[in-house]
Unconditional design. Structure first.
Length: 459
């Protein structure tokens, strides 16, 4: 919530701003709005992280603060032509970001006025960089006479006690429909709590925890893990592309040529194939091949685990305990994932190390005494995820995969986890299995690969 005088001052500063004559391109989201004025309603959308560079001030909604500070900031933004000095802009849209709250709307917060960018590697003197986090946002549209419509929209926001605000990031977006259309339109994004947020967070954290665990627990000589403000570089040390890679913390970020060259040099020195979790086409110019799009899914088990799927009474699930069981588990899963003999041997050593540190629980499915399927629950204090789900081709569509997933969910619940995640290849049989158990898609992960062909990866 923000006091009316603050928004009035902010909006008045925009009435005659240079933005009105500029061409812009809109930051994408997944929501299609109706044409009528929706100041009295809102929709909740999932937004990816957005990088912003601009100028800032610290203020509050006290009469002696906001009414003075915010108009001055807008005056600086246009008076000093800040928009032309912001590097790596993805558009000429202007974002007014409210962040770094000390509490609710009655406490101090920061205001940043700037533009969306593809990289924050270069920040001009006197400016700041902020990341608007990937999250759920309630979207309100201020349509009509400006700034009257914007003030009315904020007034409507304040009157909604059911709006569970996060007070992490809120922002106003001044785009095409403000710059060139009539009536004017400003989109107001309010960060809110939602179950979808918890599922998304479980996917992101589970991915990070699993690949970090494999890197730091690996006994292989080429294993490594490095983390920067921008990304994480992980190496399990295996001759298998999925075990080595670069994870961007902001999936929309475009890595620099220097970063890409360094990563290629690093993994090549170790003779390891690797993947880059990114959609940046600049990677293609460096010899990467597009690998596809993975889907991050998750299930909320805070209220309990779904029922066990129907399956044969002769199907038994066992947790791996011995070296011989782990070897059988690894052999079946490695064959399902088309690993070469060298990678399979390396993976066995890795699985043994991670399991002994209690960061993975491996499950085996036996039908009439014969091993027919595998699954792994990767666990950390902050996440739980299902991996390595595999069933022998001749035994598929008989509830084996679902029974393995159920066993992993039960184990996750015993360990007091409320969400369980997984990452799937393009939607197929496994997708149907997970959705029947209540898993929901939370995000997508485009990725590129280096040192191996996409055709080989699909085997």
């Amino acid at each position: 919530m923000r006091a009316p005088f603050t928004i009035l001052s902010l909006a008045t500063a925009l009435i005659s701003s240079p933005l009105l004559g500029q061409s812009t391109s809109h930051i994408s989201d997944k929501t299609n709005f109706t044409e009528e004025n929706t100041m009295g309603s809102h929709e909740v959308v999932q937004k990816p992280a957005i990088l912003v560079i601009g100028i800032d001030c610290r203020t509050s909604n006290a009469p002696e603060a906001g009414p003075q500070d915010i108009p001055k900031l807008w005056g600086r933004f246009y008076g000093e032509d800040i928009i032309s000095r912001i590097p790596n802009k993805t558009s000429n849209e202007v974002i007014a970001l409210y962040c770094d709250y000390e509490g609710d709307y009655t406490q101090p917060y920061s205001v940043v006025i700037g533009c969306p960018v593809s990289s924050i590697a270069t920040i001009p003197k006197g400016m700041v960089a902020k990341t608007i986090p990937a999250s759920s946002y309630a979207v309100f549209r201020a349509i009509g006479e400006h700034p009257k419509a914007l003030i009315e929209t904020w007034g409507n926001i304040w009157k909604q006690p059911s709006l569970e605000r996060t007070y992490i990031s809120d922002f106003e977006l001044y785009g095409n429909k403000f710059a060139s259309s009539s009536p004017k339109e400003v989109e107001v994004y309010i960060g809110v709590n939602s179950k979808e947020d918890a599922l998304l967070q479980s996917v992101m954290q589970g991915r990070f925890d699993t690949f970090r665990s494999g890197s730091v627990c690996s006994p292989l000589p080429e294993a490594d893990f490095k983390e920067t403000d921008q990304n994480c570089l992980y190496a399990w040390g295996m001759d298998y592309v999925c075990g080595n890679g670069v994870m961007e913390k902001n999936g929309e970020r475009i890595p620099t040529e220097e970063e890409i060259d360094k990563a290629i040099e690093y993994f090549s020195s170790k003779n390891l194939p690797f993947m880059w979790w990114s959609s940046a086409k600049i990677l293609e110019a460096k010899g990467f091949q597009f690998g596809g799009i993975l889907t991050g899914i998750a299930l909320d088990i805070s209220q309990g685990v779904p029922s066990k799927p129907a399956s044969s009474s002769e199907l038994k699930i066992k947790i791996v305990q011995s070296d011989s069981e782990l070897e059988s588990f690894t052999n079946l899963a490695a064959n399902a994932f088309a690993m070469n003999p060298k990678a399979s041997e390396q993976w066995l050593a890795l699985n043994d190390s991670v399991m002994k540190k209690d960061e993975q629980v491996h499950f085996m499915a036996y039908l009439n005494g014969v091993l027919v399927g595998t699954a792994t629950l990767s666990v950390a204090p902050s996440s739980a995820g299902i991996w390595n789900l595999a069933t022998l081709p001749e035994h598929r569509k008989h509830g084996i995969g679902g029974t393995l997933v159920h066993a992993a969910l039960v184990e996750a619940k015993k360990r007091n986890h409320d969400q369980v995640m997984a990452i799937l290849m393009p939607k197929g049989m496994a997708w149907g299995l997970f959705t029947k158990m209540g898993f929901k898609a939370a995000c997508e992960f485009p990725f590129y690969i280096y040192g191996v062909s996409a055709e080989e990866l699909e085997k």
